[in-house]
Design a protein around this ligand. Structure first.
Ligand code: ADP
Ligand code: ZN
Length: 610
């Protein structure tokens, strides 16, 4: 909205200006001069009056031109003498009730500019928003809600996102057969949020759900809502839900939900009225409809952290599906999907292609296949061969590196060691959560890789040993970097913050420090407006604060040493595991355990299909 709004103000000013100019011009030619009655009588005596029109208390008239092609002057004057008609007859002046021409010209001099103004306004508005025809029918325009009776996209077209597909199966089942579900008294989720980086296939997945279940697909983009006139967005939301309910079962898809659903209050004081209205309307609609009528709302975002918490509450977008960057296996499948559309393919080593495209998402891979095909056509090849793909990869990578989305080889190396550090330290210590898998596929926005640990059971109590082991595990990434490269990268700072948090809690909350003894020093949080991340300081002296810091540092230092010691004894394992991780981009906890125990991995090359 912001941008367009500014523009329209400029057009408005230009419009007004044009009106003034036209007005001025017309006024110049049709100006009516007010004469004193005495002067009128003088003109009358001199025979200069051409014609007059007499109304109840005014005389309007026209003076003869001064010269042959001079201008005629219009005038008006008050009617003093009631017997004016005789006087006029005496001087042979034509007179009547009104003068047609003056009246017409008056009208024209006002209407013409108004028409011109409206015309200019209309023309510019049309130019301004060509994608929104019919903007005049405020609120009723549905131009931006795209409806597809059949998307024609199936799950087969979306590859490498198997985990997300599993989550979506249930929705398809429901949409195909809503009655079966409701007969059982089941309640479908209303809102489903697809979370993942751009180009990973979120829109495609939503369309595929519609395609698989054979229902209409309504889509709209959150950013388009925000560019509308005030009040229009909310009306649009209402329209969309109304339309969807009529078409149930169906899917509503909101792309870029974050543009619309940013937490209220983020982005400046006063907020963005239009966005808030629209968001509120969306919340109202979400609360107001029963998912069992067969309308499923899906939305996509790559920034779930900025969403208004109100959107994520139960009964709204309470289910989130992660659509992450594909790993090597996933990229292979995506490439295969897109290669299906290419008619002339030579001998391609898809496995190598997948290895070459680390960090790319589905959209990049689609782009890559297209680029390679174009290159083949351009160089008049019979088929698309590996050479074209290699050249295309270089081009795409060059483009992506500019966008900073690919991590380079050296970084990949560091990340691999770092993540293995976490995993190996954790697996070497007793009473830690088992390691599920380790990957170096960049996840989300900040993390370059991650080590996934799942707690075996829900935990409410943790022993001091467990907490210390957790700290050691967190520091394992740093320790590995230190051990292997003898220096530490910035990638580890989040780990350190988490480790310090735990250590601090141990000292001031759990009374687990020998130096400090059994104390509780954590301050009550003052009000609910405390920003997360700000440490809540209790009431204690500077000296105590220093002592706490010392204790925290001592715990961290000790556990760092623990991590270093473990890794020093596992250099072989690290090197072996890093090779696997760099090659496959992920390694499971089970596989790592086998490497640690010195067993060679069986069937390393072919992983059973998931
Ligand atoms: P998102 O909505 O996550 O930004 P899209 O669904 O719009 O991504 O994907 C853009 C294009 O990239 C799709 O049209 C498709 O050609 C390709 N693409 C993305 N992800 C996949 C995938 N998992 N499998 C196949 N093609 C994909
Ligand atoms: Zn880490």
């Amino acid at each position: 909205m912001k941008k367009h709004y500014k523009f329209s103000i400029w057009y408005f000013i230009i419009g007004i200006w044009i009106v003034l100019i036209v007005q001025n011009y017309l006024a110049g030619s049709f100006a009516v001069k007010t004469l004193p009655y005495s002067e009128f009588l003088q003109y009358l005596e001199q025979g200069k009056v051409a014609e007059v029109a007499i109304t109840a208390n005014e005389i309007q008239g026209r003076l003869k031109a001064e010269s042959e092609n001079g201008k005629e002057q219009y005038f008006k004057t008050v009617k003093v003498d009631p017997e004016i008609s005789e006087l006029l007859s005496a001087h042979h002046v034509k007179y009547s009730g009104t003068i047609e021409s003056t009246f017409l010209r008056d009208i024209i001099s006002w209407l013409l500019p108004v028409f011109i103004f409206l015309g200019v306004w209309f023309f510019l508005m049309k130019k301004m928003m060509p994608q929104q025809p019919g903007f005049m029918s405020l609120g009723k325009s549905k131009a931006k809600i795209y409806k597809q009776e059949a998307t024609g996209i199936t799950f087969d077209d979306v590859a490498g996102v198997d985990e997300a597909k599993v989550e979506l199966e249930e929705i398809i089942e429901f949409l195909k057969n809503p009655d079966k579900f409701t007969d059982f008294g089941g309640q479908m989720p209303k809102g489903l949020l697809l979370v993942g980086p751009p180009g990973t296939g979120k829109t495609m997945l939503a369309k595929a759900v519609a395609g698989e279940s054979n229902v209409p697909f309504f889509s709209i983009s959150g950013s388009e809502f925000v560019e509308m006139f005030v009040g229009l967005g909310a009306a649009r939301v209402r329209d969309m839900f109304e339309e969807a309910k009529k078409n149930a079962p169906c899917i509503i898809f909101i792309d870029e939900l974050d543009a619309l659903g940013k937490a209220r209050g983020i982005g400046g004081y006063g907020g963005h009225d239009e966005r808030e209205q629209t968001l509120n309307q969306l919340l109202v609609e979400l609360d107001g409809f029963d998912s069992n009528i067969g309308v499923i709302l899906m939305a996509a975002t790559n920034r779930p952290e900025v969403l208004d918490p109100a959107l994520l509450r139960p009964g709204r977008f309470d289910r989130q599906v992660l659509v992450d960057r594909p790993d090597k296996e996933g990229r292979k499948k995506i490439l295969e999907v897109h290669l299906r559309k290419v008619k002339r393919i030579g001998d391609l080593d898809i496995d190598r292609l997948a290895a070459m495209t680390a960090g790319m998402v589905g959209a990049d891979l689609a782009n890559l296949v297209n680029e390679a095909t174009l290159l083949a056509v351009r160089s008049r090849k019979e088929r698309v061969e590996m050479a074209q793909f290699e050249e295309a990869v270089e081009r795409v990578v060059a483009g992506l590196e500019k966008k900073n989305r690919l991590i380079n080889k050296k970084e990949r190396n560091i990340v691999a060691y770092h993540e293995l550090g976490h995993a190996i330290v954790s697996m070497s210590l007793p009473d830690t959560d088992p390691v599920q898998k380790i990957t170096i596929v960049p996840r989300g926005i900040a993390a370059l890789g991650y080590t996934m640990q799942l707690p075996t059971e829900d935990r409410y109590l943790m022993s001091k040993t467990e907490l210390l082991n957790k700290i050691a595990t967190l520091l394992g990434g740093r320790a590995a970097e230190q051990t292997v490269f003898n220096e530490i990268s910035t990638g580890a700072h989040n780990d350190l913050a988490k480790a310090a948090d735990i250590a601090r809690s141990m000292v001031i909350e759990y009374g687990m420090s020998e130096q400090m003894g059994q104390v509780y020093l954590k301050g009550e949080s003052k009000g609910q407006f405390l920003m997360p991340g700000l440490s809540q300081r209790g009431e204690y002296s500077e000296a105590t604060a220093r002592k706490i810091d010392e204790e925290v540092k001592k715990i961290i230092d000790e556990q760092y040493q623990v991590a270093l010691n473990i890794l020093a004894g596992q250099r072989d394992t690290i090197e072996k595991a890093v090779q696997v991780l760099l090659e496959k981009e992920k390694i499971s906890g089970e596989e790592l355990k086998q490497i640690m125990q010195g067993t060679e991995l069986p069937g390393r090359e072919e992983e059973p299909a998931a």
